[in-house]
Unconditional design. Sequence first.
Length: 704
Amino acid sequence: MPTDEVFILEQEHLSTTYAKLEEIRDLLEARLDALAKEAGEDFAAFRDELFLGSADDDQRLEMHIEYEYLNHLMDQYNLTRDVNAERLSRALLLLKRPYFAKITVQFKPDAPARELYIGEAGMVDEYRRHFILDWRSPVAELYYNRENGRTSYVADGRTITCDLKLRRQFDIEKDTLKAYYDTTVAIQDELLLEALMRTHSDKMGAITMTIQREQNQVIRHPDVPALLVEGIAGSGKTSVLLQRIAYLFYTYRDTLDPSQVCLITPNPVFRAYIDNVLPQLGEANPRLVTKEELMARISRLDRAADAGISVAELRKLGDRAESCELDMDDFYELAVDDEVVVSIPQLRRLYKKLSSRLSGHGVFSLMVEELLEQTESRIKSRSREEEVHDELLGMSAEEQRRLFGQPLYPMSDEELIELSQQYLRDKYASVFERIVQADWLRIDRIGCRLAKVTGLSRVTWAYIKLRLTGFADRETRYVTIDEVQDYTASELLLLSEYFPHANFLMLGDRHQAISASSASFDEIREVFMLTRGSVDECFLATSYRSTPQITELFASLLDEESRISVQSVQRDEEVPVIIAFDDEKAYRDGLIAQVEAAYARKGSAAVITSSGRNARRIHALLAEQKIPVCLTDSASDLDLDGINVMSVKLAKGLEFDSVIIPDADAATYPDEQLAKNRLYTAISRATHNVAVLCCGKMTPLLKP
């Protein structure tokens, strides 16, 4: 039992706080149960009164008023429920760990100092006083980014000066205090190291407690049109990205909806890896999409990914698209089941009419509106046709339930027509979508004519459509791009203009660019200077992921200037294993031994190969030995209880306790920059153990 007086006092405070959180939880759960019961009783009473009498003409007005009252009542119930449910969610989050830090602040020289406890969410007591502060609140910045003594922070545009007396970190689990640490500068390493030393799970955990000063500068950076963050492997770029999103949600909590934030992830595995972080911080996830999913939405994936067109060439092509005139063969018809719903002559007439009065994007916006109206008119006209009635009534019972929720028994001609309209809207759903997406334009034909080429890449195709029609995502306010070094300059130009009203946060590592077409950081900066007018930059040079030995190994692949600034805060562990085997049998035995050792250590492990082809070959070899290995091709494949075999491309952004690189021979990793980047990326996935193996001559990039 600790005898430290501070420890005892802090444990007492924790116990009191935890009991208060339990009271809040119990109160909110009871309140929500009572609310649901009350709403059910009110609805049942209304239903009974409503159907006691017949609904003749004299009663319809009264029924309408009662319906309006019921809707108002249910809206009030829902609002009250949502407010209480949101507070309950925060209470449940805090019951896992009520807080992780404390600051003691004196605001006025003659006033007593205040003790402020900081948690992953904020909570008020019955008097509306905060007894736990949200880590994103302005005053919490004192914990992350200031030294003790006279200091200041900004809240609601005002600079508030104060005296920071104490900064204390806690290691807490539920209502148990395990340890505390005091420090005079932002944030001491003991607790950070303890958090980093824990075995990694398949989900990136909430890392609010371990935000460091350089990371905090990114998280709380002023809201700017473009923020470019470069960091070495393991510097917490992805954590910073997610914390930044959480900070924006808190700062603009009254105006920013999760649907207005788009997070573009490198691959589905990475998306699954991070999808629980923001909920752990008390926030809903933004729109999570992979780069391929986003390109499928705005372009054609049956085109080459990128034909190497420069930003200048692409912009010139876009300028031509904005001023071009269509000819009469630039249109597609829209059909469903061989029925032409929007014909080419219809499109020609509409374009000719509108282009005679308008120019530019306005023509296509009005075309969409009129095509939607014309299609709706077609539905109303066709809903009276016997052929449509026969199709409707000929639907199977299962189809009727899918569309209408129940089998159909129309009691009048009016009801039959109304049901037919609903049926046709469902039948024409793809047509409505294609109208809105301007899929009635032959972008290939138009673009090839403008560019004087025979084929368009997916980026060129999408950019021409964007500049021609003006169709873009104007609702998104923030776009975050992880692994930005994997994009071409033309892809970034497309995204920047596709999200015209969004501020961009981009994070990457130039040394992890594993494609020859990747944009340099100078090119990334030039694109956003062109489209946003300014680019702010931050740098992350501290590795929180890997041991000093592993950090030294992957840092040896960097240029001398970058290598000097790299450091690790982890504890020393085993020296990396680097072995070149002379023959195939020795290589197989050595690889199996390393994999079995990784499996015996528990924790997460991965065999990271240079390509998907090599991943399949190595997986087959290991599977023969009955070792629990998983060929990881998608998010559902990631297995943290076994050994994941994956390509370095798929491993980007992930981390594992143990990493084995089985194909580090001179032919696979020659002395070239791209090979150096791939090897740097693979090694830097490891936190505690790494083994680099090959059969034959070892890569010249490493010294065995």
